[in-house]
Structure formats: C-alpha cells, structure tokens
Design a binder for this molecule. Sequence first.
Ligand code: PMP
Length: 288
Amino acid sequence: MIPNVDNDSLVYLNGELVRLGDAKISVLDRGFIFGDGIYEVVPVYHGKPFRIHEHLARLQRSLKKVCIETGKSDADWEHLLRDMLKRSGLADCTLYLQVTRGVAKREHGFPTDPCEPTIFCMVSPFARPDAKKREHGYSVVSMPDLRWQHCDIKSVSLLGNVLAKQFATDAGVDDVIQFRNGHLSEGSSSNVWVVKNGVLIAPVRDEFILEGIRYVFIQELAQKLGIRFESRAILQEEVAAADELMLSSATKEILPITQYDGKAVGNGKPGPVYAQLRAGYDAAIAAL
Ligand code: PMP
C-alpha cells in the first residue's frame, strides 16, 4: 500500500495495464540503478492535454540526447497518453511518462545485448495552484546551482533538484532560485522569470536550464500581450533588484515570487506583468 496515491488506479507498464499498488520493475532496471531514463509531465485541463505535441517533441529530443531508442513515433506516444487519460476518467490531471534504458547487468556503459526500454505511464489528479498561492506568491531563497551540466535533458536523475527543494523546505520557504557562476539558472523544478522596467527577462535556453514547455508558451503570451521579452544571461544582482519575479512549470503554471532571500520583491505583492500573464494563461486554459 503506497500512502497518498490511488493504489487501485491503473498504470501502463511495458504494454500492460496494472494496478498502481501492484506495478513492479526489476531491481536491475537502469532507471533504478543509474537514474538512466527520461520523463515528461503533461498537464490536463477539463480532459484536454495542454501542449501535448510540444511535450512529446521534448521527450523525443531528450531520448535522442541520451541515445534511448524506443521505436515509438510522436503519434504512438500520443495514442498511449490519450488512451490512459480516457481510461482514468479524470478531467484535471497530469500525465506522467517515463522511459528508462531498460533492464540489464549492472555495467555503466550502454548494454550491448538487446535491451528493451522500460515504459511507464500514470495519470494523477491535479489541483491547479489555489488563490492563496496566486495572491500571496512564493517565498524563495537563492542557492548555488550544484547540478550537472545537462539540465536541458529531462532526466529522471533528479537528485540535485531533490536536494535543492529540500534546501528550500529546510529554510522554511517554498522554493529556491539557483545560480551558476553568478548567473540565474532556474528553480528546483521550474523556470524563473525576472521583470525590470516592464521588460520580461528569462535566462537563455542553453544546457544549464530545462527548456520548459511554459518557457515558450509564456514567451508567446508576452508577445501577444505586447510585453517586451529578452532572453539573456541574468546576474544574481539583477534578480535581487527585480521589480517582479515569477516561476513557471507544468503544475505551478505561472506563480509570482513575492519574497526573495527574506526581502519583499517590489512591493511584496504580485506585480502587473504577472497579472497580465496569469490572465493570459487562464484564458488559454479556458479556450482548450
Ligand atoms: N526546470 C526544471 C528543472 C523542471 O523540473 C521543470 C518542470 N518540469 C521546468 C523547468 C519547467 O518545465 P515545464 O514548463 O515543461 O513544466
């Protein structure tokens, strides 16, 4: 019995539908042994996946970067996800998809004998960020980005992200903002946005951050709303002096950061650029 999950819900594991509480993988699965795998999280609103094609394109890019071959096309993945969504009967939920290199003798190099990737999919209920989070915003602390240098790969090796999130919890705040060599990278599981003098600024989409599906979506929203957008290296001092800070992810959507290292961001309340982007985000969800 796994606490806090619906043990009776059905998950997909290597072509079979299994009760979540009964689903098992081999102890020699390379996902378990090495964190050798890729994942995706697709948010679903009133039964409609949000930006599913963008998520699947990123999945394929990540798989390619780590040389995991599944032989599955975007259409195959989409079929699998939509089928699981339908079976779940859930309206607001997340589709979680994980692919590992498979089961093999424990050796670091890629297996030379044929090795089928392990494919796992589960559908979980999802509650959108509530009014409290939207109105009060997040508190964050800064910390050095101690992760590896392939943060563009959506790898299941998330120990660095796990430790970053725990750093926030231990500090009594909601999340962290990480810095590499004095420059903003991202949150523990989100992209970070800075507003200065009405300009929306985000770090360059390079190997030091995950190319969030919301990164592109918010960039598009900004363009539609007439908000000037810049993608460039952002100094730690600029973050500390920002008019507004925000973070974005599949489950957090877009949220204001109102406290940074114990100090108020701007006037300590969600700002006008956030309000515009939040309204645009809500409208896009309503129009799905
Ligand atoms: N960076 C990291 C490290 C993340 O884990 C996430 C969430 N998956 C993001 C950024 C945001 O990506 P997305 O908008 O696709 O959820």
